[in-house]
Design a protein. Structure first.
Length: 178
């Protein structure tokens, strides 16, 4: 079995969840080949051979990140780094890597029977929204069979950290996908 996990991460929280999901898959199926890739690494060829495609990203502005929300998040991150280092925030360059929305445009359709799952990282407050539902919808549009309800993993603040126990929950969720 070949599992490909594709993720977008701004502050590292979604990356941590993706890696924990990969660990869960490996625990459940030690013989499985598991690739955990950023959206910039996840080419059409990399995903084409997957028996299970798991896709996740951060929740921005109630849903999947967009170019605007990524620029805003980068600005917040650059300002924080500048405050901590004493440098000017204007010296930071924006992150030019593709987001999930752009990545989905290049995702080839698959044959029925190829499984997928969607996850996100999100804040735990009313009306915070979630990206996982939009990710699952896009996977379905590319003819993937979404085999689990979209899952959200909680971050304590905009930039994290993840809530205690979320990485364990991600490992368990990943193992349960098999």
């Amino acid at each position: 079995m070949h599992t490909v996990i594709v993720y977008e991460s701004m502050y590292g929280n979604t990356r941590q969840v993706a890696q924990a999901i990969a660990e869960g898959v490996r625990e459940a199926a030690p013989d499985a080949q598991v690739d955990c890739l950023t959206v910039s690494e996840a080419t059409a060829d990399a995903t084409r051979s997957a028996d299970l495609l798991v896709v996740g990203g951060p929740t921005h502005m109630h849903g999947m990140s967009s170019g605007l929300s990524r620029r805003l998040a980068h600005g917040t991150q650059a300002q924080k780094s500048a405050r901590e280092s004493g440098a000017l925030a204007a010296t930071a360059e924006p992150d030019e890597s593709p987001g999930l929305r752009a990545w989905f445009h290049g995702l080839p359709d698959t044959e029925s029977g190829t499984h997928a799952a969607a996850f996100d990282t999100r804040a735990d407050f009313r009306l915070s929204g979630g990206a996982a539902e939009g990710i699952a919808r896009r996977l379905s549009h590319h003819h993937y069979d979404v085999l689990a309800e979209p899952e959200g993993f909680i971050v304590e603040d905009t930039e994290g950290p993840l809530r205690a126990g979320e990485l364990d929950r991600a490992r368990t969720w990943g193992a349960g996908l098999l």
